[in-house]
Design a protein around this ligand. Sequence first.
Ligand code: T4K
Length: 396
Amino acid sequence: MSKFNIADLNIFGGEKTTFSSIHAVGTPQTPEYEQLYQDISGIFERNWLTNSGPVLQAFEQAICDYLQVKHCIAVCNGTMALMLALKALELQGEVIVPSFTFPATVHALEWCGLKPVFCDVDPRTHNLAPHAVAEKLTPATSAILGVHLWGQACAPEALSELAQAHQLALIYDAAHAFACQHRGEFIGALGEAEVFSFHATKLFHSLEGGAIVTQSDALASVLRQLNNFGFQDGKAVRLGINGKMNEISAAVGLHNLKFIHQIISHNQSCYTHYQEGLRDIPGVRLLELTEELNFQYIVLEIHAEYGLERNQLKQILSAENILAKPYFDPVHLSAPYRESSRAENLSLPVTEKLAQQVLVMPTGQQMDEKKIARVCELISDIQDHAGDIARRLQAH
Ligand code: T4K
């Protein structure tokens, strides 16, 4: 029997928080420093710090070997990787993209002079709904930019069929999907190109970083030029940019890759503990992850039956040092887009609803079975007293 008392909640002046230190979504995985320091001092001893150095080359090869892809072009971040992929494909006109994503997916299109056409998602997977994509096609459509949200493959069979039937390029923002599989194969070889983020908050990171992977020799060669000022043999042959990853980031990435199975297996067990702990709580849906994924995002939907709104729950948890995140605000409703022709009279009901419901929970090294049980018990106790809590929050 739980000894829960509303007055003990920190938000109402309770003296103790559930955790004495912060447990947040996105806390970086910490590598085993000693080995990493040796790798980094080697970089300074060689005095070769960037511009396709030996560590960068080893990192790219390691990614190719791991994902079983032909080419990997490592870059300074995932956003740059997206822009380079879009530029290399020489796209024009409109690109169909979800609005339920991190803004970088859509910003990359605008930075490349492309028009984002926002599309709704499937309420079950949170990924682009292929039937909705089909409805957005126009003669100006040049590509589909799918996002493997939360690491789940974004309907690749249906989107590939659509792309082929309409001669469209198909690219994937795989920022969440490093080491995730679809039908037994690593995500990385789908579409023309796939783009990863290796940002510090990702389960596999290089501090900042990203990569474009592709099976196409021709595309890889263009990408390598674009990523390095358009240079080929020291001469600018294209309008390139500087998207290069430095040696230290590559060393961190190479180092972290050694621990990837350990990290994923821990995250998978965290997911299972959340699954067990949240199973019987009315109004809480844990996004079901059915394939071999990296389990870096524990995604809850808070429905009306819970008795409190998602933001209220977030606020209460936050006061208990549990920093859950309400990813993502619909991009079409954000300042750069909402008053533009991109979002005029646009309604994306699933996206807009999910944006009110989704709450991503802390996972990774900082969490274990006991801590997750405490978090789930708290979410359950709050639900049991939702009416009283809502009244007190209003009076607060
Ligand atoms: N496409 C998609 C679908 C993406 O999700 C992203 C990035 C991209 C493209 C672009 O890739 P990059 O250009 O970023 O490589 C974070 C990340 O900054 C962002 O990379 C990521 N997606 C997004 C999902 O999460 P915010 O705005 O949530 O970051 P922030 O600073 O609020 O940090 C999140 C949490 O992590 C906080 O609770 C604090 C914690 N944290 C963060 C950092 C940086 C730490 O504990 N330590 C740290 O060093 O975007």
